[in-house]
Design a protein around this ligand. Structure first.
Ligand code: TMP
Ligand code: MG
Length: 233
């Protein structure tokens, strides 16, 4: 069998839309899907890993974490560049992982970087925001979870960190701001053939999971046969 690279699959959406839950379930499902035969991914996916941005474990990530928890202030351009740097610092490891045939399910990526920064009142400029992430590995699929603002807020107060529930509301968790973020995402997905929008209002975790898994199954072969692209280039 020809060895194929892993898929790069990104989950995006506003805060509280269920990305982290779904990302975990997708990784579990891909790791337990039979390699061959009925229900398999045709032997293409050997293993899957869960990645998340911001990655709060690096030196840059720790600064971002402080900013998100309102423990420090940062100029808007500067924090935008730190979010992007937090992705770039992981690129060698990401490419190595995909080359090994391991798929990566990514909980947020450059699209969050653009949507959240461009949504700020003192606009940074859509084009300016894009440049910092230009050339990153381009995802094979972007799965966008769309949630109404009514359901959003109810989900914000509870958060899981390292297996324990914590009760904090982070910097961007305000309805008006998240509505603006969703509008920016709307601009981003226009004309893109690798985005899939999934409405999550009033749907069970299981139904959404099946939906996402089917999209992946429909795309896995095509994607792993293509060389990984470069984002926005
Ligand atoms: P999280 O809740 O998924 O850990 O994301 C942290 C917050 O940071 C969330 O409100 C989205 C925001 N964010 C950015 O502003 N820029 C970025 O590049 C990323 C990845 C997230
Ligand atoms: Mg959040």
């Amino acid at each position: 069998m020809i060895k194929r690279r892993g898929m790069l699959i990104v989950l995006e959406g506003c805060d509280g839309c269920g990305k982290s839950t779904q990302a975990r379930k997708l990784v579990d499902a891909l790791n337990t899907t039979p390699r061959e035969g009925e229900g398999s991914l045709g032997g293409h996916v050997t293993h899957a890993e869960l990645w998340k941005f911001p990655n709060r474990d690096t030196a840059i990530g720790r600064l971002i974490d402080e900013y998100l928890q309102n423990k420090c202030e940062m100029e808007d351009h500067a924090i935008h560049l730190l979010f992007a740097a937090n992705r770039w610092e992981m690129v060698p490891c990401l490419l190595e992982t995909l080359e090994k045939g391991i798929s990566v399910i990514m909980d947020r990526y450059a699209f969050s970087g653009l949507a959240f920064s461009a949504a700020k009142k003192k606009k940074l400029g859509f084009q300016w925001c894009k440049i910092a992430d230009q050339g990153l590995p381009r995802p094979d699929l972007v799965l966008y979870l769309s949630l109404s603002s009514l359901e959003m807020e109810a989900r914000w107060n509870k958060k899981e960190r390292d297996g324990t529930m914590v009760y904090i509301r982070e910097r961007y968790e305000k309805v008006a701001f998240q509505n603006q973020v969703q509008a920016e995402y709307g601009k981003l997905m226009m004309g893109e053939d690798n985005w899939h929008v999934i409405e999550v209002n009033n749907k069970s975790i299981e139904v959404i999971h099946r939906n996402l898994l089917n999209i992946i199954k429909d795309n896995v072969k095509i994607s792993t046969e293509k060389v990984i692209g470069k984002l926005w280039l």
